[in-house]
Design a binder for this molecule. Sequence first.
Ligand code: AKG
Length: 262
Amino acid sequence: MALSHPNKDYYDLEDNGFCFLPAVFSKDISVSARHGLWSVINEEYETGRVPETRFWETGDDPKKIIKIDKPHLCNNAVWNLVTDVNFGKALAVATHAKKVQVWHSQVVWKPQSIETSGNAGWHRDAQYWPFWGKRGLFTAWVALSNVSLRSGPVRFISGSNHWKEIEGLDFFDKNLIKQDKILEKHHGKSEIVSGALKIGQVSIHSSMTYHSSQANLEERPRVGMVVHFCTDKAKRIAVKGDNKDYLDQLNDPTITPIIYRD
Ligand SMILES: O=C(O)CCC(=O)C(=O)O
């Protein structure tokens, strides 16, 4: 059952795997960042730097989810959002961290959906990050539009941060019905909490928390700036292959800024 608890203080990052912060960003700052992301989507790179990866190109279906990695490199308003001092402090308080470093980001821009076009499959972020250990890794989801229950908010499975890994779940798989069956087979009925947020509000989830999102039934796009951050408790893991050097960028503050230090 999808719930959005009226008292968002109710959820604990450690116990439930996610939590909600009081409004962090003003409407003006949020709208500027949203405009900045729209420029990046349209390949206008104000800073002269390109995003890390584009999963949507100009001319692609405008009803598809627009996902672009590391847009904070390309636009000043987006950079200012992810490096905001109060944001850094809020993330440090919520995660009991001595250090907060942004090591990755994504825009997930979800236009009004057609059928399953807006679905993002169940996943935990850690499944894509073999080069990180399990502790000290979190994602802040910053609402850059008002996110109603009808707009396909991110939804979290309460307590799933304590689960063992489940095979067959993936962000890019739009078949949520099939994935719901897999989840039910492993854990029966679970408590699913939807992150309905006002513009400027932020949710945080652990890299181990299963989450997904459904269709946007509103006319306006649902816009999320997804900020992946690590704390002083995060441990890098040596891997072979293409990702061997991926985290070397942690030494470059122009890519992975430290936004809080005790
Ligand atoms: O914005 C969404 O719908 C999905 C976001 C997501 O997977 C994440 O924040 O890790």
